[in-house]
Write a protein that binds this ligand. Structure first.
Ligand code: PLP
Length: 505
């Protein structure tokens, strides 16, 4: 009896393992994919809930047991390694596809996007030179320009860089601003801005950002005007369209007006809220976005992509010139003059995954209205959860959700001192009256804050729910970030019951 050379190669761990590319690559992958898909299903079924019960020690022990040896002397073979480790990872996952896994902007990726990402891995084009990515670089060119026309429809030459996410996009936005205005550039952001703004300034050697109060989660315009009047030298204002804590959208047109008046540049971090642009119903929430010189988008949040899928959009491709860079082995001048596209100026990274493929496939598969429908769907889910919280006698709602984030906490015990309610745009007495250079203060935790923190950890370690937490108006709240378009009203009922059960014992 003879076996085919390919069968022999696949089944013997000591022979040269097959590759994923080339005409034979698909046949080599197919049986392994079956193993992977079975392991994903088995692990998820065994877990049952949104995360494994037991907490960090239990989960670490389970991974250690499954792994046994990190680098065995003799390999176990592709089938066994995939089955063992993928099953363990799927069992031990905090699975954003479970309706009760809703802590973070941690999206359940669409199957179509994950399938496209497999092709990206198999072909492995690297986006740092045309001779490693002929079609992938052309695809990136077309898709980034089209996406940038969503943020900057009237820009002279809209363009976007592909990034690893909101953090890299914000970093690049500050870098481009520094290259334009010089190293004395002063960043001004709201107390509601993402922590990556502060870190980007630090990484870039820029002055520490001046923080403007954001009572109710939105930049205070009076305070911003005062700061912009006081400061001298080049200024970059950072506004947020969809804050990480509450999903609030800063008053973009008014901020853009203030930037015009004071000659400040404007960056808008729309990592979370940007995909409202796909929605006919909710696009107007982003009015003013096109007035920013740079816009951060993150399609691994409301775009349902697996990480990474970030973008930094600009109204004019020339604003990206500062990133131009030559490495003789990648983009020699004579190659560029001869017409080979120069990719090094498209990112500060060198080797780079073709993250544009999954994005392009998703845009084509769903269309703008398909994506807009998903955005509308999760926004409706957030409104439904807010309704349930309002109906519960045991829970208080922070505010009606703008995007898909709902904050709530146990109703204060009778007689407990409650801070006065906060109206968006009106300074809260607890907020510092003027801008500060320090991180916003935190109020000493109250008994009810501790109840929120403890209940959140209990739900985690019991494997029942993954809820987030956020400080707002000086108190600690449960945060639920709804990104799963399959979540049903019944799922929300169960979630509310879980929270009530964990806080009213
Ligand atoms: C998530 C988020 C970021 C960071 O994005 P990453 O993709 O995690 O790097 C930045 N800004 C805002 C407003 C975000 O919500």
């Amino acid at each position: 009896m003879t076996s085919s050379p390919r069968t022999t190669r696949c089944s013997s761990p000591s022979s040269t393992p097959p590759l994923a590319g080339g005409p034979q690559g698909a046949d080599a992958l197919r049986p392994l994919l079956g193993t992977v898909l079975d392991a994903l299903r088995d692990g998820a079924l065994a877990r049952g809930g949104p995360l494994p019960p037991g907490g960090p020690e239990t989960v670490t022990a389970q991974v250690r047991n499954a792994l046994a040896e990190v680098l065995p002397e003799t390999g176990t073979g592709a089938e066994e390694a995939l089955r063992t480790l993928v099953t363990a990872l799927a069992y031990g996952a905090a699975d954003p596809a479970h309706p009760h896994c809703a802590a973070h902007l941690h999206t359940p990726p669409l199957a179509v996007a994950v399938a496209a990402d497999l092709a990206a891995s198999a072909l492995n084009p690297s986006m740092d030179s045309w001779d490693q990515a002929p079609a992938a670089s052309a695809l990136e060119h077309l898709v980034t320009r089209e996406l940038a026309t969503l943020t900057h429809p009237t820009g002279p030459a809209p363009d976007a860089l592909v990034t690893t996410g909101g953090t890299e996009s914000n970093h690049l936005a500050l870098l481009l601003a520094r290259e334009h205005h010089g190293p004395t550039l002063q960043t001004v952001c709201g107390a509601n801005a993402h922590h990556s703004i502060r870190r980007a300034a630090w990484l870039l050697g820029l002055p520490e950002p001046v923080t403007v109060p954001a009572p109710g989660g939105r930049i205070d315009l009076t305070a911003l005007a005062a700061v912009l009047t006081d400061l001298r030298g080049p200024l970059l204002v950072v506004a947020t369209a969809g804050t990480t804590d509450t999903g609030a959208i800063d008053p973009l047109p008014e901020i853009a007006d203030l930037c015009d008046t004071h000659g400040a540049a404007l960056h808008i971090d729309a990592a979370y809220g940007g995909p409202l642009l796909f929605s006919d119903t909710h696009r107007t929430l982003l009015t003013g976005l096109d007035r920013a010189r740079t816009v951060t988008l993150d399609l691994h949040k409301l775009g349902w992509q697996p990480v990474a899928a970030g973008l930094l959009a600009v109204p004019d491709t020339r604003l990206l010139d500062a990133l131009a860079h030559t490495a003789p082995y990648l983009n020699p001048d004579d190659d560029t003059r001869a017409g080979l596209p120069d990719l090094l100026g498209r990112s500060p990274r060198t080797s780079r995954r073709p993250d544009i493929l999954k994005i392009a496939v998703t845009l084509r598969a769903l269309g703008r209205t398909g994506l807009g429908h998903l955005v509308d769907r999760v926004r409706t889910t957030a409104q439904q959860l807010a309704d349930l919280v309002e109906k519960s006698p045991h829970l208080d709602l922070y505010e009606r959700p703008t995007l898909t984030t709902v904050l709530f906490r146990p109703t204060d015990a009778p007689g407990a001192t409650t801070p006065p309610p906060v109206t968006p745009g009106v300074p809260h007495p607890a907020d510092p009256p003027t801008a500060t250079r320090s991180t916003p203060h935190t109020t000493a935790p109250t008994a009810d804050d501790a109840a929120v923190a403890t209940a959140r950890r209990e739900l985690l370690t019991q494997g029942l729910a993954v809820l987030g937490r956020a400080h707002a108006d000086g108190r600690l709240w449960f945060k639920v970030t709804l990104l799963n378009p399959h979540t049903t009203p019944t799922d929300l009922d169960t979630l509310i019951a879980l929270v009530e059960g964990s806080t009213t014992r």
